[in-house]
Design a protein around this ligand. Structure first.
Ligand SMILES: NC(=O)c1ccc[n+]([C@@H]2O[C@H](COP(=O)([O-])OP(=O)(O)OC[C@H]3O[C@@H](n4cnc5c(N)ncnc54)[C@H](OP(=O)(O)O)[C@@H]3O)[C@@H](O)[C@H]2O)c1
Length: 328
């Protein structure tokens, strides 16, 4: 008897979306063996379908993302577009009962209803890929540390600025470091979102929302970024053994205090190990003490890993309810 099928819609097939589609194709048999359900990518939305059809054989490709969000036969919507309308698509998917999985920090961090859902622990909203890509910090906060009191958060969360700063440290120019980050696909379509600190601020807002179970929006984070004027500071810091990184930090008293700013770190600081696209997150907790995670925080495959993990978690939750639907 064929395995029950869980149908996926994907919005975005660029650096992240195409890496996700490839990983899903490669892992589908192994996932079916372990979960007992088949994950089937049924539809993809992009801006220019003609560019993508040859790589998406057997998949319906459209330019209408809202239609994917609304399509009742799709159980899970994976959003990897970075588009302005993404919050609306995610909300529409949730409203009709689908699970939504997103890599898009801005879509959640700037949308009060989605932040509230996240703070309330809505299991159909999955955002592992939106913060530090492959580093499993979202699931750690949601599940492993659910009984903890989180005292503070610090992180180096933006691959583009870390790539720029670590290359400047080694003698490259700011412009060359940025070109490299763009070449690797770490940079946002609009790199100003990385350089201004907005990208790290959105990720920090999501971590604060998860840690303190109250909506903390992008607007609640004070953010500062980097420009080419930082080159001499980075080299001077390197000369005395320090590393400049764009550090996101937050703590709570009556309110949440959250900020992103370039900071000179001692070499012994765990955050100073962040280089290129490596992200580092440090939590101080009441029971477990300090905890540190580090790993690939940007790039197609790193982010696809997190999306796939969220999709499998969603599929596992759906699997018990699915017995008869079979792939077309
Ligand atoms: N790149 C990374 O390292 C990374 C890491 C973590 C999270 N993210 C997040 O992942 C998301 C995607 O990033 P990316 O680097 O993959 O971007 P990208 O390479 O620019 O790809 C964006 C994709 O979305 C499609 N798209 C854009 N607007 C659309 C719309 N209105 N309707 C339908 N499709 C639309 C594009 O279609 P066309 O191809 O037809 O233009 C493209 O396929 C962003 O939210 C980003 O913040 C990225």
């Amino acid at each position: 008897m064929p395995a029950p099928v869980i149908r996926l819609g994907l919005i975005g097939h660029g650096t992240v979306g195409s890496a996700f589609a490839t990983a899903l194709r490669q892992r589908a048999d192994a996932i079916e063996r372990s979960l007992g359900v088949r994950l089937h990518l049924a539809r993809v939305a992009v801006r220019q379908p003609a560019k993508h059809r040859t790589r998406l054989h057997g998949v319906v490709v459209t330019d209408d993302a809202l239609q994917i969000a609304d399509e009742p036969s799709l159980d899970i919507i994976v959003e990897a577009s970075g588009a302005l309308g993404a919050s609306h698509w995610l909300q529409r998917g949730l409203d009709r009962g689908a699970t939504v999985v997103t890599a898009n920090k801005f879509a959640v961090a700037a949308e009060p209803a989605l932040l509230t859902a996240l703070a309330d622990g809505e299991p159909r909203l999955q955002i592992e890929a939106a913060v530090a890509a492959a580093v499993p910090i979202v699931r750690a906060l949601r599940e492993s540390l659910a009984g903890e009191e989180i005292l503070s958060i610090r992180g180096v969360l933006n691959g583009t600025t870390t790539c720029v700063l670590s290359h400047v440290e080694r003698g490259a120019t700011f412009a060359d470091g940025l070109a490299l980050a763009q070449q690797h696909g770490y940079a946002e379509e609009n790199a100003d979102l990385d350089l201004s600190g907005a990208d790290a601020a959105a990720k920090l807002a999501l971590l604060c929302t998860l840690a303190w179970r109250r909506p903390v929006s992008l607007r609640d984070v004070r953010s500062g970024g980097i420009t080419s004027a930082i080159e001499s500071h980075v080299r001077e810091a390197a000369r005395i053994g320090q590393r400049v990184r764009l550090v996101a930090s937050a703590h709570i008293d009556q309110t949440v205090h959250a900020a992103v700013r370039p900071t000179a770190l001692e070499a012994s600081d765990p955050l100073a190990t962040a280089s290129d696209a490596l992200n580092v997150v440090e939590l101080r907790t009441a029971l477990a003490g300090p905890l540190v995670w580090s790993g690939g925080g940007a790039g197609g495959t790193r982010t696809a890993s997190a999306l796939l993990g969220d999709v499998i978690a969603a599929a596992r939750a759906l699997a018990g309810t699915r017995t008869t639907r079979v792939a077309a």
